[in-house]
Design a protein around this ligand. Structure first.
Ligand code: GLA
Length: 379
């Protein structure tokens, strides 16, 4: 925080009017369900994007990233979808606010992030949501949390051009400390679900496999298309409308075995989220474990979004004593989460590191995650 304020002062010659932050997320369960109008349950990480800011009197935005030292300046005319680089996540938020009819003045922004990038922990949503919070406050805009998430997603979808669902921005905006966020991606109903692994004698370990996300954009878009195509064939608005009772019937009406598997993942995953909410609300944190395992198997075998390093990490963590484990995030690399007995996280993570070394993979990273607060002003 001191470094950030010092950097801001050295860039602009005066102190910021405030500091804001927004978190990355881990998705506990409910993968590739958001764009199928289904359910998910992310929680906010302590890892965040921090932004020091002050208003300007022109319609110019000057932004410095302390992660790479770059300073970028853009004005109203530069707000054209398709912009590349990290600054697109900042400019796209200004653009999305404008498209929604919110006039925003220029600003100086200095930011820093400790959300691991390219790890499936929503570093880009954290950046969008942090900037959105800053601009909403500086311009005294009264925008409800869910609408902020939708504006940040609009930046991601229409300005940056990534066809994601709403989960990551909803998590970064709406999560609260000590809770996972149950999110109904059709009705936008949310529920704060208490999630305290420590109280249950457990820890939630995150292992970053450090696998580069090759082909992730193309594969993600392809999974979305398959789901839309299946919903159209089945005559429903979205796969959310197929329940587990109707699954066998729905599968019988699809001839492509790949599409059948995609549908089975989405329908069973929605069911697992609802089950996970029931278990957590009944105080049964350990009850999540079999659901995590089943979710992983479904992502591996039916949705086919895991990769060998991710599967190795999950299998090794399970063998080393995790009571349940799954990949988290969009897939094709990224992180796994493992529910482990308290005090065992290092041992489990060491086992994964040893298995990676033996297989010749780059060393993984690890941390224990506790559910943290969503976006807001912190100074
Ligand atoms: C990425 C997307 C989300 C969601 C997940 C998969 O994180 O940004 O919208 O679809 O993948 O659950």
């Amino acid at each position: 925080m001191e470094n950030l304020i010092a950097a801001f002062t050295s860039l602009t010659g005066s102190a910021p009017v405030g500091v804001w932050s927004a978190p990355g997320r881990v998705n506990l369960i409910g993968e590739h369900t958001d764009y199928n109008d289904g359910f998910c349950m992310p929680f906010a990480l302590p890892h965040r994007v921090l932004v020091a800011a002050a208003p300007r009197t022109d319609r110019t935005w000057r932004v410095q990233s302390l992660n790479n030292g770059e300073v970028v300046t853009f004005s109203g005319e530069d707000l054209v979808p398709g912009m590349s680089g990290w600054q697109a996540y900042v400019a796209g938020v200004v653009w999305a606010l404008g498209e929604a009819g919110h006039a925003v003045d220029g600003a100086d922004l200095v930011l820093t992030s400790d959300v691991p990038m390219g790890a499936g922990l929503s570093s880009s949503a954290a950046l969008e949501c942090a900037v959105l919070t800053v601009l909403a406050d500086l311009n005294e805009l009264d925008i409800a949390g869910i609408d902020r998430a939708k504006l940040a997603r609009r930046c991601e979808n229409e300005f940056v051009g990534a066809p994601t669902g709403l989960m990551d921005q909803a998590a970064s905006t709406l999560c609260t400390e000590g809770h996972a966020l149950f999110f109904d991606c059709r009705s936008f109903e949310t529920r704060q679900v208490p999630f305290d692994p420590a109280e249950a004698g457990l820890e939630l370990l995150v292992v970053d496999t450090n696998t580069p996300h090759t082909h992730v954009d193309g594969e993600y878009a392809e999974r979305r298309r398959s789901c839309d195509q299946a919903a159209a064939t089945l005559g429903v608005p979205a796969l959310r409308d197929i329940t587990s009772d109707g699954l066998a019937d729905a599968l019988a009406r699809l001839d492509d075995p790949i599409i059948q598997r995609r549908v089975r993942h989405v329908v069973t995953e929605d069911e697992r989220v609802l089950d996970a909410v029931r278990r957590l609300e009944a105080g049964d944190v350990a009850g999540l474990a079999p659901l995590l395992d089943a979710s992983h198997a479904s992502m591996r075998d039916d949705f086919e979004i895991t990769v060998p390093t991710v599967d190795l990490a999950v299998e090794t963590a399970r063998r080393a004593g995790a009571i349940g484990a799954r990949m988290t995030g969009g897939g094709f690399g990224g992180c796994i989460i493992a529910l482990v007995p308290r005090g065992e996280a290092d041992r489990v993570a060491d086992a994964v590191a040893a298995a990676f070394a033996e297989a010749g993979h780059a060393a993984p990273d690890r941390f224990i995650a506790a559910p943290s607060a969503g976006a807001g002003r912190i100074a």
